[in-house]
Design a protein around this ligand. Structure first.
Ligand SMILES: O=C(O)CCC(=O)C(=O)O
Ligand SMILES: [Fe+2]
Length: 316
């Protein structure tokens, strides 16, 4: 059975000690994982643990506020997809009936509408977002290398949004909260925490707490658990990367079910994900052997590609 590999980035992010061979090895390991099972655990990823913990803690305080306070920050398209999404507002799969999940989304462009009830929320989440950028730069270089692009900075160059928060991109940091399920009778049949789906962007960074429940569908069509490994983060592939790489990096399906174990049902689960997309105006077409294939017929801007996906899942 396929497993999710663990890759050590000790000599990766901002390291001056690593030898060229170490970088080559970890690039190859990441390429193999993302072109295979489509998920990889990274350890020594360079994102400070205290920043992760503080963002989780502030998120918890926010999600535990009464609903009438949280909906003041409701997400809508006019706010550049920034803000709070309440349970049931987003269905990730046409067959799903209800998804018991709440999120707060922070897009690439700066929108100043953060919960004033939780002063730490804005600063901790924005700091975590910033702390992810060196890792995203590294992964972007590894993608260019894997796709044998002549320009090793190809993905770096179409990620201006990381250095300029007025550049539009569908990239977004999302804090998720899966509330405890207190009374089974109120849960409609078929309800899940997060239905089977693929992400829309190129890569997703995923931080999870210790509760577990995330499952990944492997290429041999089996669900495997993405069991939390302390100190690690997960990275997975999305739809845009599958399209852009002509299927070399397939977008991996994943889901979060309601746990069968009674005790686990009654505990909230939290995760924080960073959906990585290029700048909206990046023209994307399938690449083959390092060059564009059939560009004339299939090209689309990255922003349009993401909007197509979003419109199919959100209820505004
Ligand atoms: O909560 C998780 O572990 C996964 C969330 C997820 O897949 C998503 O928001 O796209
Ligand atoms: Fe996802």
């Amino acid at each position: 059975m396929l497993k999710i590999p663990v890759v050590d980035l000790k000599f990766g992010v901002g390291s001056s000690q690593g030898k060229k061979e170490d970088y080559e090895t970890l690039s190859k390991e990441i390429e193999e994982a993302l072109s295979g099972v489509g998920f990889v655990y990274l350890v020594n990823h360079g994102i400070p643990n205290d920043k992760i913990e503080q963002a989780f803690a502030a998120s918890k305080t926010f999600f535990e506020l009464p609903q009438e306070l949280k909906v003041k920050y409701r997400k809508d398209a006019s706010k550049g997809f920034h803000g709070y999404v309440e349970p049931g507002q987003e269905l990730l799969n046409e067959n799903s009936t209800f998804e018991i999940r709440e999120t707060f989304d922070i897009p690439a462009i700066r929108v100043d509408s953060f919960p004033e009830e939780v002063p730490d929320f804005k600063v901790t989440l924005l700091e975590l977002k910033q702390a992810c950028h060196p890792l995203i730069d590294l992964l972007n270089r590894i993608l260019a290398r894997s796709l044998k692009l002549e320009d090793g900075d190809y993905f770096y160059s179409n990620s201006k949004w990381m250095r300029d928060d007025s550049v539009r991109s569908m990239s977004s940091l999302r804090s998720l909260y899966y509330p405890p399920i207190r009374d089974d009778s109120t849960v409609l049949p078929g309800t899940v925490r997060c239905a089977e789906h693929t992400d829309y962007g190129t890569l997703t960074l995923l931080f999870q707490d210790s509760i577990g429940g995330l499952q990944v569908k492997t290429t041999d069509d089996k669900w495997i658990a993405a069991t939390p490994i302390p100190g690690s983060i997960l990275v997975n592939t999305g739809d845009l990367l599958e399209f852009w790489s002509s299927g070399y990096f397939p977008a991996t399906k994943h889901r979060v079910l309601i746990p069968e174990i009674e005790l686990k049902k009654r505990i909230a689960r939290q995760s924080i994900v960073y959906f990585v997309h290029p700048d909206d105006d990046t023209i994307v077409a399938p690449l083959k052997n390092g060059t564009f294939d059939d560009k004339k017929y299939q090209e689309i801007s990255a922003g349009k590609h993401a909007l197509m996906k979003l419109n199919a899942t959100y209820q505004y």
